[in-house]
Design a protein around this ligand. Sequence first.
Ligand code: ADP
Ligand code: ZN
Ligand code: ZN
Length: 817
Amino acid sequence: MPYFIDVILPLPLQKRFTYAISEAEANFLQEGMRVAVPFGKSKIYTAITAAIHQNPPQVYEAKPINQILDKAPLITNHQLKFWNWIASYYMCAEGEVLKAALPGAFLLESESIVQLTKEANIEETELKDEEYLVIEALQRQSSIKIQEVAKILDKKNVLPILNELVQKGLVLLNQEIYEQYKPKKIRYVRLNSMYDNEANMHRLLDELENAPKQKEALLSYFSLKAQHKKPLKAKELSDKSGVSAAIIKSLIKKEILEEFYKKTDRVSFEEESSLTNIKLSEIQQKAFSEIEAGLVEQDVCLFHGVTSSGKTEIYIKLIEKVIDKGQQALYVLPEIALTTQLIDRLRAYFGDKVLVYHSKYSVNERVEVYQHILQDSEKARIVIGARSSIFLPFANLGLVVVDEEHETSFKQFDPAPRYHARDAAVVLAKLFKAKIILGSATPSLESYFNAQHHKYAFVELNRRYANVLDPEIEIVDIKTKYKKKEMKGHFSDRMLTEIKDTLDGGEQVILFQNRRGFSPVLECNTCGHSPQCPNCDVSLTYHSHNNQLRCHYCGYHIAMQKKCMACDSPEITTKGFGTEQIETELKAIFPDYKTARMDQDTTRGKYAYEKLINAFEQQEIDILIGTQMLSKGLDFRKVNLVGVMNADNLLNFPDFRAHERSFQLMLQVAGRAGRTKKRGKVLIQSYNPHHQIIQQVSTGDYSGMYKDQLEERYNYKYPPFHRLIRITLKCRDYSKTNDAAEWLATGMKNVFKENVLGPEFPPVARIRNEYYKNILLKIPQQQSLGKTKKVLQRIMESFRAIGAFRGVKIVINVDPI
Ligand code: ADP
Ligand code: ZN
Ligand code: ZN
């Protein structure tokens, strides 16, 4: 009897493929091992063994595999089941899930690029002959394709050799090299506390009469401290006072000044507390016990805890219990919230039992993390990671924490699998019979709905830790302010007063503006024309720092125009405003303070985001102006004022989730204010101060917001009452896009009737020269999701069989957000 295996190939194929194996191979192979297989005319891929059996395929002759690549399974059975669920739920190929799930280095194919690692430490004597040949070739040219390696070694299958070299840390495959960001330490100086005493101080100044330089340095120290109430850098002191670093050194030597270093973790030097011993407060303890009790009855617990209530500390305690039982814990966060701050905090408590899985880590690091988890090693008790960490090979998962569960970035947008990491994590936990906590200060409507309907356990914590008060939220009616001429640029007089007071007090300010660039649109006063992107249906935005007009979708850019491109009129104005314009205005008003922007433009480079956070923490920046990015779980101690520049452009966004999201965003940004004893202040500028959402934000009225929004969702048939599947057609040909969309929508309407919406062009209907058209399917609660998807698949199959629609791409998005 012949033997066969079904494999998952890292390609968007609808089915698994069957290959032939020998009896010996059948005895050795296990599900989850990698094999090298031929596919297509001449390509070799790494595939995953998903089933071993004796049934030959019906419609094709099974080709033999090239080689077995593992000695033991690299993929667990849980992973295979989980991938299968993701593929079927999100209507994509298992191969697409596979590609998202494994570090690229595990999936060598003939086109993969091989490079030497930078830190390669080559011990020639430890290399086998063939390995040596590969290394030698790489020393001559920086990168080669796997196919070329095959030629060099005159051998069909070289994957096992390359795998070995990856394991030895000598070569990299198919990957960019990232390095980890190490924040620099900064040296500060302060006066020895002995001289707080006035008598001592006088004596000191007398003593320094014969050391005029030192005295000068000391006097500069006083005057600098008086100007800015923030810590003083040693370098700043020598720069501003004009005395040499050596003089400052001598003051330190005499113990008149003390030097200290500020680290980047969130524990600031004034309140040196270490996390090695967390004691929950009484109300935290209560929430902790309620979560534990809730998780006895239910598998999922929604934890609604206001910002700064100490959710992290509670997670830590819950995680500790789980790892004490010998199980693994997974802590998932949005990429942007996965900061060095948080990692340091967990490492301070759990030591080297914490592994981090981050897309910015090098391949070798990711491979290493993967192996530790697979082996259930001591280092892999706790895994903290972004979205894709749910794909790791857990052996023994006991608890999953999804923090900031309302975050929309948990949903992968492109490419497939378009999964929602929170929802998928619930399924992952179920596979392991593990428990899962969804935490947020502003839960998603969907999760809150589940909690209200007792599908999830529910725990609330509505007080900030250590009696830190909720920030005081004030709404500024800028419509009236404009009328009364109490605006300076985009700043109300209230805002300016508060900014000034905060800065005078040596504290920091965060300003939130939901748009980047200087002025989104340039408009001609004569003919109304605004310059458009030639590739996308959007207006170009003006960026003042490089005097360019740019497209935010495809990166197209031209120099700023001096006259209208349509009518040559020089009367052009900029409409709307973004982070850049705010910064420009601010610099003019507060020239003595340092401002910075945090948006997609300023955080593009490697570590740019970390560097900004770092600089803000070190108080090298006084005012930080930013977009959404600011709202993500950052804990800055010295921020006492948060300003929302314009709440209206959040609220007016054309999306059924716009109101929910505005509420979440504003409350999250507000949560950045006043995280210490002093009560923080939040100012929200708006043209519609009586808008319900703004009122609800100002009182932190989550349940009011929930009730209103839920009613809307019910009336307009949206989640959580109806599920959604969005189908997007993409094509470079305009009329083909239209025809194809029309055909597909008609096919769907025949079955699903009035629950099909569209086809409709999205607000930006052309991106990179492709036209987009959407069809939305609403699925009532009582309608079977599985059957609906089957019908949809059938319609898609007929669609793909139509020659006229060839070249039209289809993207299916289940539960789009
Ligand atoms: P959240 O995640 O709910 O916004 P955090 O966990 O970041 O809140 O806590 C806010 C701040 O309070 C942090 O600086 C944290 O270290 C501190 N904190 C919270 N609970 C405790 C505790 N039990 N002991 C010591 N510090 C705590
Ligand atoms: Zn014009
Ligand atoms: Zn464009």
